[in-house]
Write a protein that binds this ligand. Structure first.
Ligand code: SF4
Ligand code: ZN
Length: 419
């Protein structure tokens, strides 16, 4: 028996029309995540007997317990059961949370995974919005949009710090397992990449192309996920893209990809390179986990993650970079990418690869330390993480350059970054 949910029983208007709507300072009632508190999303498969379809639990404070201007931690935990459901579908369902929450009038959602951000407007609260409505929406839309694979959906919303921390620890282990599924694959192994156009509603000219060695810039979709998504929904946002003739092996330019993006961006973009941020980089949307920028006086590059709020040697904070780059354009000298992509084999390989990295926020460097060292060693440099400057060394090129020289950073003796 398949359940059809057509009505979405929430007090606010709902639909794609509200997706691009912002919740600005003056309209803001309260928020979760966005660097103020932890906000994490996790979708997990469940046994049919384990969950109750349509059950939505809010564990901890809800909107009614908040005062204007307050923040709450939030954990969105979705359990899905279905005869046709597979664990491979978890990341795909999880990525829907972003646009589905944005469909609620007066609610804004940014980011994904453990760096999500939910902003709730005063207007939505006046209409009677509560956190439970997030669960109501996810239950209804998952049934509606994924009938083939979904039989039961149960949603739990955690707002106690302890519960959110526990969910976050569990989610991070899940993200790691998902990311590592493409670890042994290379771009040469496959004839087909996958497009992702999920973000075009925000950034119309933006088309992610996801290859085994370049996960989506949101970090939430890798090649395996896009492949599974295409299998579930053959006319959906993830289409196979034949690589076709290799036009430039070093920069990562493919005839088939160029043809595809010309059409998918409606002519706005006619080419981009997979492995370069200097020359015709891939387009960037506002979801990116990190943004890389050139640091010409260090002959290298830096990258900054969404979760670092401070200044960077590029002269811009993450939010400023995202504001300039995140509209779907290809901006030479900058590129949005996922955290995981930094240590994938093809990361800006056309510009010299990972060894160009001269600065990262300490937090990101520590998170990736083992992988940075492993990839560094493959490229001939031991303990590479120790050669990358961070904010404790400096936040301008002038401050970090002497430190890099002292450490003998490999970027300093590479060919000039800009020819
Ligand atoms: Fe898809 Fe790219 Fe958006 Fe991620 S950032 S959801 S891969 S279009
Ligand atoms: Zn996006």
């Amino acid at each position: 028996l398949k359940i059809n949910v057509t009505e979405i029983d929430i007090p606010c208007a709902f639909g794609p029309a509200f997706e691009g709507e912002r919740v600005r300072g003056g309209d803001l009632f309260g928020q979760m995540g966005g660097g103020k508190t932890q906000c994490t999303e996790l979708v997990k498969m469940a046994e049919m007997s384990e969950i109750e379809d349509g059950k939505v639990n809010v564990v901890g404070k809800d909107i009614g317990d908040m005062k204007e201007g307050e923040t709450l931690p939030l954990g969105i935990y979705v359990q899905i059961a279905g005869r046709e459901f597979q664990p491979d579908f978890e990341p795909i369902m999880e990525r829907q949370i972003h646009h589905l929450i944005n469909y609620i009038q007066g609610i804004m959602h940014i980011g994904q995974r453990d760096i999500s951000w939910v902003r709730i407007s005063k207007a939505a609260v006046e209409k009677g919005f509560t956190l439970k409505d997030i669960g109501v929406v996810l239950h209804a839309k998952f049934h509606q949009d994924f009938q083939k694979i979904v039989d039961k959906v149960q949603v739990t919303l955690f707002t106690n710090q302890d519960d959110v921390d526990k969910l976050t620890a569990r989610a991070r282990a899940e993200y790691k397992t998902r990311d590592e599924r493409v670890d042994t694959m290379t771009d040469e192994d496959v004839e087909t990449f996958y497009s992702c156009s999920l973000c075009q509603s925000f950034a119309p000219s933006h088309v992610c192309t996801v290859s085994p060695e370049r996960t989506g810039l949101c970090g939430a979709y890798n090649w395996m996920d896009c492949k599974a998504s295409f299998e579930i929904n053959p006319t959906g946002p993830n289409q196979p893209v034949k690589k076709g003739k290799v036009l430039d092996a070093k920069l990562g330019r493919f005839e088939g990809v160029d043809e595809f993006i010309k059409g998918a961006s409606k002519g706005a973009i006619d080419t981009y390179n997979f492995y370069s941020m200097v020359q015709a980089p891939m387009t960037t949307c506002g979801c990116c986990e990190c943004i890389a920028a050139m640091l010409p006086s260090c002959n290298g590059i830096m990258t900054v993650g969404r979760d670092y709020a401070g200044e960077t040697p590029s002269g811009m904070k993450f939010t400023t970079l995202a504001g300039v780059m995140g509209g779907g354009a290809s901006s030479p000298g900058f590129v949005g990418h996922s955290k995981f992509n930094i240590t994938q084999g093809k990361f800006i390989l056309g510009d010299g690869g990972l060894l160009r990295m001269v600065w990262m926020p300490k937090m990101l460097k520590e998170e990736l330390r083992d992988r940075l060292n492993k990839r560094g060693e493959e490229m001939g440099v031991k303990n590479f993480a120790d050669l990358i400057a961070d904010e404790t060394v400096g936040i301008t090129e002038e401050e970090i350059l002497p430190w890099l020289q002292e450490k003998g950073h490999p970027a300093l003796s590479m060919e000039a970054l800009i020819g």
